[in-house]
Design a protein around this ligand. Structure first.
Ligand code: NDP
Length: 278
């Protein structure tokens, strides 16, 4: 029987714990979310982040800037938020409009307030296995595996995708958990064959239903990071769920798998940043 890895349930129990922890705080924890322009997908993601903050008792500020803002003004906004003692976490919603250097903006965020975990200082600390604010989606994936009793130690782990926000950091965290990690990308030869080696397969590829029955070995644990809204308005992942579901041992659904965990980990990072007493 294939196990469904329920990210929604785990996220909800983590959020309940965070709510308790926030309630015991002497001071209000505050997250500032910076939106540049009106990208509809970003608007939805930001709304969900504000809702999550409300659930756990974190104050959320929405700083909405015009799409044609200059890099200089955006950096000024970030610097102001860095210096505000009442702001614990800062998140600049990506993608930014073309013409703005995302890397420069991420580097401008105080690493102690970098609740997305994208700042090079946090990424560097993660690489060294030091205490830091971890990127939310990769941290959520590891939490999902651990809480579902999946032992990573010594397992063949294949990550499809090498983005800075998902693929690379999740591969690093799997390595730290003593997995034997292979990282795939668009130049990987014989992708299906490589994926079939995986005891744990993470699909963070951004192509709807790319990973099908040819890519999985019987009993594998499959983590589907992708999320795509199709023409018929349904959601699907990077994995062809119906094609693999009777082969694999465990799999995350889309929706209800990795997505809710990303938000829960963001809330966890806000609480951690708040505890650090910025
Ligand atoms: P990116 O587009 O930044 O990266 C995709 C990666 O997949 C790249 O490394 C690319 O390789 C690789 N790739 C693309 N096509 C192929 C292919 N045909 N074969 C092998 N590798 C391929 O995506 P993200 O990492 O940002 O996101 C991945 C997915 O996860 C997306 O669907 C996104 O929507 C979703 N996502 C979901 C989140 C959640 O909370 N559920 C959070 C973040 C993302 P190369 O480097 O060579 O170009």
């Amino acid at each position: 029987m294939t196990q469904l890895i329920d990210g929604k349930a785990l996220a909800s129990s983590l959020m309940a714990k965070l709510k308790n922890s926030v309630a015991q705080q002497q001071r209000q924890i505050t997250l500032a979310v910076v939106q540049v322009g009106d990208d509809p997908a970003s608007t939805v993601y930001i709304r969900n982040k504000h809702k999550a903050c409300e659930k756990v008792g974190i104050r959320s500020l929405h700083i909405h800037l015009e799409g044609d803002i200059t890099s200089g003004s955006l950096l000024d906004t970030v610097h102001t938020l860095n210096s505000r003692e009442d702001v614990d976490g800062i998140l600049v919603q990506l993608p930014l409009p073309s013409g703005i250097d995302e890397g420069e903006v991420i580097r401008a965020i105080d690493p102690a307030k970098d609740v997305d975990g994208f700042h090079p200082i946090n990424i560097g600390r993660m690489m060294l296995g030091e205490d830091c604010l971890l990127p939310c989606t990769p941290a959520g994936i590891i939490a999902l595996l651990k809480s579902n009793g999946v032992d990573i130690n010594g397992k063949e782990c294949v990550v499809v995708g090498r983005s800075n926000i998902v693929g690379k950091p999740v591969a690093q965290l799997l390595l730290q958990a003593h997995g034997t990690v292979t990282q795939c990308h668009s130049r990987t030869r014989n992708l299906a064959e490589v994926c079939r080696r995986a005891d744990i397969l993470v699909a963070a590829v951004g192509v709807p239903r790319l990973i099908n029955a040819d890519f999985v070995k019987p009993g594998a644990v499959v983590i589907d990071v992708g999320i795509h809204r199709m023409a018929d308005n349904t959601l699907c992942g990077d994995v062809d769920f119906d094609s693999v579901k009777d082969i694999v041992g465990a799999i995350t659904p889309v929706p209800g798998g990795v997505g809710p965990m990303t938000i829960a980990m963001l809330m966890q990072n806000c609480v951690r940043a708040g505890h650090c007493g910025n």
